[in-house]
Design a protein around this ligand. Structure first.
Ligand code: ADP
Ligand code: ADP
Ligand code: ZN
Length: 214
């Protein structure tokens, strides 16, 4: 089963992807994670993506589509893949359709995690990520057992550099202007599954699982 996970910044895409990987054996393909890794390694794509990410703007479609296509070409998807954070605008959605056709890949469902905007800011300011394994925590909603240390691997927890107040505002605006229109786009195609993301993490996951089983 191949799915798209959509939702505003902080909706819980990464958190739910982590559970889908663990419990359903899917493979996570996160464009945000891929860009952060590329930045760390100073690759061409990483260098080009950096200034956009630092400002909370979308990385240009051409770079983004390429990095996704490259990953899809590699295959090795276990029970399927989760596109986390891609597509993020209509042009990317159309590109994905072309890529899928070319590679003979089928997207089975588009899952949209819906959360009120006021809640997102609180979630994002408390988000902490493991430098070693990428696990996601929250100071308030999912604290690690020892502050600053990953429960799973003992790695160091850090705050993303695009998580300051100003950049978060820009990211939310970017979402409204460019990504939110995809909700109508996939609704019109009859492919959208809407999930209430304003529940405990496990309840969100159970809703996603139930919907995917239908
Ligand atoms: P979040 O899930 O909190 O919104 P991501 O890790 O998905 O954050 O994205 C972080 C940044 O990476 C975005 O603000 C954007 O600059 C870039 N990015 C990620 N995915 C895409 C995409 N599909 N298209 C363009 N830019 C992207
Ligand atoms: P996204 O990938 O959509 O940007 P994340 O999964 O990284 O979102 O979640 C953003 C922050 O909110 C993280 O710190 C995470 O621990 C927390 N979080 C995720 N889901 C929930 C939830 N259902 N309730 C409260 N906090 C949550
Ligand atoms: Zn870790």
């Amino acid at each position: 089963m191949n799915i798209i996970l959509m939702g505003p910044p902080g909706a819980g895409k990464g958190t739910q992807a982590e559970k889908l990987v663990e419990k359903l054996g899917l493979v996570q393909i996160s464009t945000g994670d891929m860009f952060r890794a590329a930045m760390k390694e100073n690759t061409d794509a990483g260098v080009r993506a950096k200034s956009f990410m630092d400002q909370g703007l979308l990385v240009p479609d051409e770079i983004t589509n390429d990095i996704v296509k490259e990953r899809l070409l590699q295959g090795n998807f276990g029970n399927g893949f989760i596109l986390d954070g891609y597509p993020r605008n209509v042009f990317q959605a159309e590109s994905l359709e072309k890529i899928s056709e070319e590679l003979n890949i089928k997207i089975d469902a588009v899952v949209n995690i819906d959360v009120d905007f006021e809640k997102l800011i609180g979630r994002l300011s408390g988000r902490r990520i493991c430098r070693s394994c990428g696990a996601t925590y929250n100071l308030k909603f999912k604290p690690s057992k020892v502050e600053g240390v990953c429960d799973k691997c003992g790695g160091e927890l850090y705050q993303r550099s695009d998580e300051d107040e100003e950049t978060v505002k820009t990211r939310l605006n970017t979402y409204v202007e460019q990504t939110q229109p995809l909700i109508d786009y996939y609704t019109n195609k009859g492919e959208l599954i809407n999930i209430n993301g304003d529940q405990a993490m496990d309840d969100v996951f159970n809703d996603i699982k139930t919907q995917l089983e239908k």
